[in-house]
Design a protein around this ligand. Structure first.
Ligand SMILES: Nc1ncnc2c1ncn2[C@@H]1O[C@H](COP(=O)(O)OP(=O)(O)O)[C@@H](O)[C@H]1O
Ligand SMILES: [Mg+2]
Length: 343
């Protein structure tokens, strides 16, 4: 379930906004005019295949590198004219860990507390709290190099939180993690948002964006190919339909005759009506069924999944196989058999 914050709408202040953000390395244009607006308190996922420019975007927004053009504001500060203001408001967990393996988890945390000019006592208190919260108490006195991948990521995020940031950038926080650690990380991210933090997440995993993000932007060829909620993105491509199933063959026949635009499955006693799955279309289908006195025994809404969207938008075959899923086909696809989504 995405950690949605209903009612935020466009009134909520933007935690991050960009207009026409551009960046090239040599003659390679990586970001070719990026516009983003991320409401405070939400989770935003920047989704794209390897090399799409996700890390570049995070680096610009966290003031590690500068853009070639356009504007970016983070926590109300311009990244170019007020980088210190930005830095004071954010935490960044990079794609590659900031954890020092030679010292213990606890020492890493205390070092962070020093960097944030906390007093010794405050530093010890914050460290103890965060080690507890991220289930690292037992490992605290061991060198971080002995930690598993999941533990290192947890320590990394704990270190980021020492500065009490309002906005956190997580660059591919689960890449390379086993499924259990990945689910752990998802839980951590959800808890961060519950605490009011804005999360800017990059990921190559459609499933992850679907799970966590309020809004998703698909980065392709230097541009935002599409932006919206997972549901909105899924509705962008054809293949959605409403399926009506009947127990009784006679009722099925009546309905099939009445709904001549529907495609029939006589064996399953079911009818498929093309639909974008929107509330408006569903309502009109339901109204129509009521008016015709037809009562289906089961009604399901079928939307294409994010994989379909991703391939339709990017035409990319360069998406990594997702954990627990087979490798993707090499052709941009229309959804042959959209995932069933019983409502
Ligand atoms: N410092 C750099 N110098 C030259 N090219 C770079 C540099 N940083 C990134 N790139 C290139 O920019 C593109 C986008 O990189 P990156 O932002 O790391 O993508 P992602 O994080 O989506 O995998 C890649 O082609 C990468 O090789
Ligand atoms: Mg990257």
């Amino acid at each position: 379930m995405p950690t949605s914050r209903p009612g935020g709408g466009h009134q909520s202040p933007a935690a991050v906004s960009t207009v026409g953000l551009r960046k090239s390395f040599g003659d390679k244009t990586v970001l070719d005019g990026i516009d983003l607006r991320i409401p405070a308190g939400s989770v935003f996922a920047l989704l794209g295949p390897n090399g799409a420019g996700k890390t570049t975007a995070v680096k610009i927004l966290s003031t590690l590198i500068s853009a070639d053009g356009g504007q970016a504001q983070v926590a109300g500060h311009d990244v170019t004219t007020s980088p210190d203001g930005v830095r004071a408001a954010i935490g960044v967990t990079g794609q590659f860990s900031a954890v020092d393996g030679l010292i213990t988890g606890e020492e890493n945390m205390l070092l962070m507390a020093d960097l944030h000019h906390l007093s010794k006592q405050e530093g010890r208190q914050v460290t103890a709290e965060l080690l507890e919260r991220f289930d690292l108490v037992e490992a605290a006195k061991k060198p971080a190099s002995t930690y598993s991948g999941g533990m290192k990521r947890r320590l990394d995020i704990a270190m980021t939180l020492v500065g009490n940031p309002r906005i956190i950038f997580l660059d591919e926080p689960t890449t390379g993690l086993d499924p259990r650690s990945r689910h752990n990380m998802w839980q951590i991210i959800r808890e961060l948002v519950t605490g009011g933090v804005t999360v800017f997440l990059t990921t190559q995993y459609l499933e992850e964006a679907d799970e966590l993000a309020d809004r998703i932007a698909v980065l392709n060829d230097g541009k935002i190919a599409a932006e919206g909620t997972a549901e909105e993105l899924k509705r962008l491509i054809p293949g959605g339909h409403v399926r009506l199933r009947f127990d009784d063959p006679d009722t099925y026949q009546t309905a099939a005759l009445a709904l001549h635009e529907a495609s029939r499955d006589d064996e399953a006693l079911s009818l498929q009506i093309p639909s974008d799955g929107s509330q408006r279309e569903l309502r009109s289908i339901l109204d129509w069924l009521d008016a015709a006195g037809i009562e289906a025994d089961e009604l399901t809404v079928h939307t294409p999944d994010l994989d379909d969207v991703f391939f339709a938008l990017t035409g990319s075959a360069k998406v990594p196989a997702q954990p627990g899923r087979p490798a993707q086909p090499t052709q941009p696809v229309q959804p042959a058999q959209p995932k069933e989504d019983v409502r």
